[in-house]
Design a protein around this ligand. Structure first.
Ligand code: RUQ
Ligand code: CUA
Length: 655
């Protein structure tokens, strides 16, 4: 009786707590914001506190504003998806904006045991002989110059590869390796209707791939390649369309044209000195010329050359020699050691950033077309015309030190990352007063604002910033160094991603987030453009070995090969015992027969390095050699139910 009363009292208390919790669901966020505002107001002038840690020192109203703009109450959703590249981690990270919360990791070029990627036969085959890649520049598929939410592409800067992620299930579906492209950096930018993706050689090597020539023969035997990757419009399948043989420069970043420039692709290049002198430091030898080049390729003309048979085949690639196929490739001078090239939303302004010049160069695409028509050339390199700089350049913008990349807001402004200065410069796109363009001092007035970032910004991304209609509200600075604006985690510290509000006249820092290594670029898309599905519906998964009931399970042997068709469902495997002989080659086809979202099942065999995971309705296959005799337990790695621990079985390997 006494005990009963105790329980009743406890329950009453719990009900009270529950009510408070329910109310707090609505009040806590508001109260938190008010408290934050009050707290912020109370700590004014505390230069030794927040300020000295490198935080916002501008005033409390900024902090309150930032809190209001980035606070997403529990259960609420963000406005944008941010996909940022994981660099040499080989992955893509997915976050929400404006909260900057990390939501998911998409493995692309590296195995990821968290999702079993790189362990099942299909993803293993996609990764091929490599267990890593350097994922740099994600690009959305586009229709009429707008993000269509179908696919995300990303390049591998280490191997000549490019990958496609399907945005209906957020999974890597294809990795394409192409020959002759050494270090594919200027990639994976998509043309206006995703006709093509770009690829380019960052580090020239002897041509064709696999040829041996000493570095002393760099200037003549080494070559660069720029390439067009065709995308099949129905299913996104990528294939190599053409390659163009280029002088041995380092082709750096790229972009595809829009509207007026939609038939064109652009790249920057450095080391137009075409030298690699052993021991002489490339940073020195590649910085001698006052200008390097902007590269312009007309892909429609490249298509025509291929159709006319004006190419030779090397390592299976159709290679165009621009000296024999005029009208495809042009150069124009660009400020020393350039990095980013970015096409403005109108397609008319092409922005090139020279790292060693405190300016960005703005080219006028109408003038480029005119110069081509008039054969207005100032030089020629390996048969490629160099357009007269003064004829094609609109202006040089004195943005500041170390300009790398440029993004747009759709209101006529551009935002350039300044690596050396650790800042973002906001500046006005043309038109300019004609009296100003040849006077650097006068051009300064078009640089409208600057915001410091922490620290050494590489790339930056604005909401829908590569489309024809950027949203102009958010920008993320992807900084190379965070220098301890977070709890210390030892000598290797994370990079930082800073959310900046760009909807007003002045840019405002809103949030610091920290990321795994190492973002080189990101893309941001409106959340409602993506409609990922929730389960693979019965019968729809492409793996042909799906089964859907315990009756269909089987273990069949043919010679030394054993094939297992297995199901996983809360909370058992069928079959749950697999008997094989030492030396057998075993293939397990695992179907997760759940049709409920988020009901994943893993299949891991202890000591056999087997770890696959099947989403609801998905079938995964894994093949391994039973080369160790004994008894090995297998189990489900994904916590799936109260009886998840019981979801296990045995692999018996007879000696
Ligand atoms: S790149 S920031 Cu591929 Cu600019 Cu690294
Ligand atoms: Cu299935 Cu845990």
């Amino acid at each position: 009786m006494k005990n009963n009363n105790k329980i009743i009292n406890l329950l009453k208390k719990e009900e009270g707590v529950r009510r408070i919790l329910m109310l707090s669901k609505f009040f806590v966020p508001i109260v938190a914001i008010i408290c934050l505002a009050v707290f912020a107001a109370g700590c004014g002038g505390d230069e030794g506190g927040r300020g000295s840690r490198g935080g916002q020192t501008k005033g409390r109203s900024d902090i309150t504003d930032a809190a209001l703009k980035t606070y997403i109450p529990p259960g609420d959703l963000d406005e944008y998806y941010l996909f940022y590249s994981g660099g040499h981690s080989g992955q893509i990270y997915v976050a929400g904006v404006p909260s900057m919360r990390h939501i998911s990791t998409i493995p692309v070029f590296s195995p990821y045991s968290g999702t079993g990627y790189g362990f099942d036969n299909e993803s293993k085959e996609m990764l091929g002989e490599y267990s890593w890649g350097d994922a740099h520049h994600p690009a959305f598929s586009e229709t009429a110059g707008e993000y269509d939410g179908r696919w995300l592409f990303i390049n591998d800067n280490a191997q000549g590869r490019i990958a496609r992620i399907d945005l209906s299930d957020f999974k890597t579906k294809q990795i394409l390796k192409i020959p002759n492209v050494s270090a594919n950096h200027g990639s994976s930018f998509a043309t206006e209707n995703t006709e093509y993706l770009t690829m380019a050689t960052r580090m020239s090597v002897p041509f064709p791939e696999g040829t041996y020539a000493d570095v002393t023969e760099y200037a003549t035997k080494y070559k660069g390649i720029v390439a067009g990757i065709k995308v099949e419009p129905t299913n996104g399948d990528m294939s190599l369309a053409w390659e163009i043989l280029m002088p041995p420069f380092n082709y750096d970043l790229g972009d595809a044209g829009k509207s007026i420039s939609s038939d064109w692709m652009f790249w920057t290049c450095y080391n137009t000195e075409r030298e690699f002198i052993e021991g002489a430091k490339l940073e020195v030898t590649a910085s001698q010329r006052d200008k390097d080049f902007l590269v312009m390729v007309n892909w429609k003309e490249a298509e025509k050359a291929i159709a006319a048979g004006n190419y030779t085949t090397h390592k299976g690639a159709k290679v165009i020699d621009p000296a024999k196929a005029p009208g495809i490739v042009y150069f124009a001078g660009l400020a020393k050691s350039p990095h980013g090239v970015d096409v403005a939303p109108s397609g008319k302004w092409i922005i090139g950033s020279g790292k060693l010049s405190p300016t960005t160069t703005i080219y006028n695409f109408e003038k480029i077309l005119k110069a081509i028509e008039n054969k207005d050339y100032e030089d020629e390199v390996d048969g490629i015309p160099v357009l007269t700089y003064e004829s094609v350049r609109e202006a040089e913008m004195p943005v500041g030190l170390g300009p790398l990349h440029t993004q747009f807001d759709g209101r006529g402004n551009a935002y350039t990352s300044l690596f050396v200065e650790s800042a973002v410069a906001k500046w006005k796109l043309p038109p300019y007063d004609p009296g100003d363009v040849n006077d650097a001092k006068k051009m300064e007035k078009y640089v409208l604002d600057k915001i410091p970032v922490a620290y050494n910004i590489g790339h930056l991304v604005s909401a829908e910033g590569d489309s024809k209609s950027p949203d102009g509200n958010y920008l993320v600075a992807l900084n190379k160094l965070s220098k301890g604006r977070h709890l210390s985690v030892g000598p290797s510290i994370p990079e930082s991603g800073q959310l900046i509000g760009i909807d007003g006249e002045k840019m405002k820092l809103l949030y610091d987030a920290f990321t795994e290594p190492e973002p080189h670029y990101a893309v941001m898309i409106k959340a409602d453009k993506l409609k990922p599905f929730e389960v693979y519906k019965k019968g729809e998964h492409p793996n042909k070995n799906a089964i859907w009931s315990p009756e269909e399970t089987s273990i069949t042997r043919s010679g030394k090969k054993v094939e297992v068709k297995m199901i996983a469902v809360r909370s058992f495997f069928a079959p749950d015992v697999i008997r094989v002989n030492k030396g057998d080659e075993v293939t397990v086809h695992l179907t997760n027969i759940e049709q409920t979202r988020d009901e994943l099942h893993g299949f891991a065999i202890n000591d056999y390095n087997v770890n696959i995971i099947a989403d609801p309705g998905e079938t995964k296959s894994v093949t391994f050699k039973a080369d160790k005799s004994g008894v090995y337990a297998f189990y489900c790695t994904n916590f799936c139910s109260a009886l998840h621990q019981e979801m296990q079985g045995y692999l018996l390997v007879k000696p």
